[in-house]
Design a protein. Structure first.
Length: 212
């Protein structure tokens, strides 16, 4: 296995930790333990904690970039792309939680700028995709920026551990209900009936299983 592949394999083990613990709470001993390797082995692939944090931010930015390519792919239906944008917003809320953003703001402001720039580029691409969908009669003529911000804010709230208890619901039901709300807000009646919600249900379940 090439060095980059091994590096990525170890990096994948630490990514879920970053959604629960701040960078500042982790030292290299902690990171090596979560990667399930010795500290000397870890240093063969990562020069420092900053190196790992930088790789994390770059991977998030790359994920946003892949979403831009998907949104402009006219070979994919507007409905399928709508579902993808919801999935990407969900994953962004999961893997770039508020505690992580706060840590970047305090300790890695340049990396935060990188992430915010990637997010802004994703918003611009979403607006173009949304406006094209409105022109084709697929989407309702509402402000795409509001849809974008609403998804980010509500998904982050739903993902808070206290949400399900406070509102007597399950994470799966809350996410599916919010997805359906989005569908009715965004997609016009003529196209709404063409959507296969089971696809979105499977994707939501995959995310839930991954973070459980």
């Amino acid at each position: 296995m090439e060095k980059d592949q091994i590096r990525y394999k170890y990096f994948e083990k630490i990514k879920p930790v970053f959604r629960k613990k701040r960078f500042s709470q982790l030292n290299m001993d902690d990171i090596a333990r979560h990667m399930d390797i010795s500290k000397p082995t870890m240093y063969k692939y990562f020069s420092s904690k900053d190196d790992i944090v930088t790789l994390f931010v770059e991977s998030c930015a790359d994920y946003f970039k892949s979403g831009e390519n998907m949104m402009v792919d006219e070979e994919i239906s507007y409905v399928e792309r709508f579902q993808f944008t919801f999935e990407q917003s969900l994953k962004a809320a999961v893997y770039v939680p508020d505690i992580l953003l706060q840590d970047l703001r305090e300790a890695y402001p340049k990396l935060l700028d990188t992430l915010l720039f990637a997010e802004q580029e994703r918003l611009l691409c979403f607006k173009q995709f949304f406006d094209a969908g409105v022109a084709e009669g697929v989407f309702n003529p509402i402000d795409p920026a509001l849809c974008f911000v609403q998804a980010d804010v509500v998904l982050r709230r739903i993902l808070e551990p206290s949400f399900s208890i406070q509102f007597d619901t399950t994470l799966k039901r809350a996410l599916m209900d919010f997805y359906v709300m989005n569908k009715y807000q965004v997609i016009t009646p003529n196209f709404r009936d063409t959507i296969d919600d089971s696809i979105m249900e499977k994707k939501i379940l995959q995310v839930i299983q991954h973070i459980s």
